[in-house]
Write a protein that binds this ligand. Structure first.
Ligand code: ATP
Length: 370
């Protein structure tokens, strides 16, 4: 089974502190949604409201079209998988996975059949009689997933389930989690503060900050077309270049920056182009810098000197100081074949189609055109 989920204007106050602030979110049946954001932004609070462990101060939660706002956790068609898998140490894997089914009164033979099928799903059928302590961390995590899915929830809620695993295992489990979700088709809502994890597994990512949703969309949309400075900065690395609108005409917008005037396509703007004089910020990903004079339409940003560089295999990561704004430092990824040396001067340009213009001033005024 699978179900769609609708959260409408959910707010949660703890005393005078607002942990969740008027959050609305529609999730389609079978979607893999990731709630992404820094510690304390309200991810777990939202997940707990979905799972029935917390009641919202105001707002509603619908699952499969039914109002669940005041329904207890045990009576919801959801299962929550926490970071500490809480497997029963004295029980076999088969009994661990079958535990929820026993609680629901399923006959022993049916319980075993379902538990075995779910151990099979996570590749542990051959280990059914083993105990949790005989397993690796990744295997224990798979057992917890099998146990959560064995009770056929409409929606599986996952609170940082990979948080305790080392990086390599974590990446491997992300692939497995995604593959298993595809096979079972259950709606997954997964919490993490790891943006790479979010990109690896999500159908859609919900970026949260200070109790609010900042951005929502496909991983590629959030990375390539972020809708806020916070979202752009949290999803990977970005250079923020303060700018001021000069004027717009014929689908192009002229803006003034500390690196000179540049002409942007109107499509660079996430929302309506502000009027002349309006302050904006240009977001440029490090990998979008180009050697000037290339074939694609590019925006020239003058010359810059290389402060330092490090080789990352696929690219060189360089810090650059623009000649026109010596107090500014930009981060650029130069091609693998480049041979950047400290002190070298390069002509800076950025692919016009990759610049994102946001109608927000950055927190710092570094490089602000006055
Ligand atoms: N029961 C509570 N009483 C008071 N404040 C709370 C309570 N639960 C959460 N908070 C606060 O609400 C805010 C959001 O907490 P929440 O656990 O949702 O954050 P999170 O995004 O999941 O963070 P993390 O990634 O660290 O788990 C935090 O500032 C937290 O201190």
């Amino acid at each position: 089974m699978t179900a769609d989920v609708s959260i409408r204007n959910a707010t949660k106050d703890f005393g005078s502190f607002r942990a969740l602030n008027d959050v609305s979110l529609e999730i389609s049946a079978g979607e893999f949604i990731v709630l992404l954001g820094p510690s304390g932004c309200g991810k777990t609070t939202l997940l707990s409201i979905l799972g029935g462990f917390l009641e919202p101060t105001s707002g509603t939660v619908l699952i499969g079209g039914r109002d669940m706002t005041h329904v207890a956790a045990a009576r919801r068609p959801t299962t929550t998988m926490f970071q500490d898998y809480a497997l029963f140490p004295h029980m076999s894997l088969l009994d661990n996975v079958g535990f929820g089914l026993r609680m629901r009164g399923l006959a022993r033979s049916e319980r075993h059949r379902k538990a075995l099928a779910h151990l099979d799903l996570v590749g542990l059928r051959m280990s059914a009689s083993r105990k949790p302590h005989e397993l690796s961390g990744g295997q224990r995590q798979r057992v917890a997933l099998a146990r959560a899915l064995a009770v056929d929830p409409d929606v599986l809620l996952l609170d940082e389930p990979l948080g305790a695993l080392d990086l390599k295992l974590r990446r491997q489990m992300q692939d497995e989690l995604k593959a298993i979700q595809r096979r079972v088709g259950t709606t997954f809502v997964h919490v993490t503060h790891d943006q790479e994890e979010a990109m690896a597994i999500a159908d859609r990512i919900v970026v949260m900050n200070q109790g609010r949703i900042e951005d929502i969309g496909l991983p590629t949309d959030i990375y390539m077309r972020p809708r806020s400075l916070f979202s752009a900065g949290f999803m990977g690395e970005a250079n923020f270049l303060p700018a001021r609108i000069i004027g717009a005409a014929d689908g192009e917008v002229r803006v003034e920056t500390a690196l000179g005037e540049v002409l942007l396509p109107a499509a660079a703007f996430a929302a309506a182009v502000p009027p002349a004089g309006g302050r904006i910020t240009l977001c440029i990903r490090p990998e979008h810098f180009r050697p000037a004079g290339g074939a694609e339409a590019s925006v020239a940003l003058g010359r810059a000197s290389i402060i330092d560089s490090a080789f990352f295999g696929g690219h060189h990561r360089c810090h650059l100081r623009p000649e026109a704004a010596p107090d500014m430092i930009l981060t650029a990824h130069l091609p693998q074949t480049a041979q950047p040396r400290t002190g070298d001067l390069i002509d800076l340009a950025v692919a016009a189609a990759s610049v994102v213009a946001l109608a927000e001033a950055p927190a710092s005024t570094q490089g602000d055109p006055q």
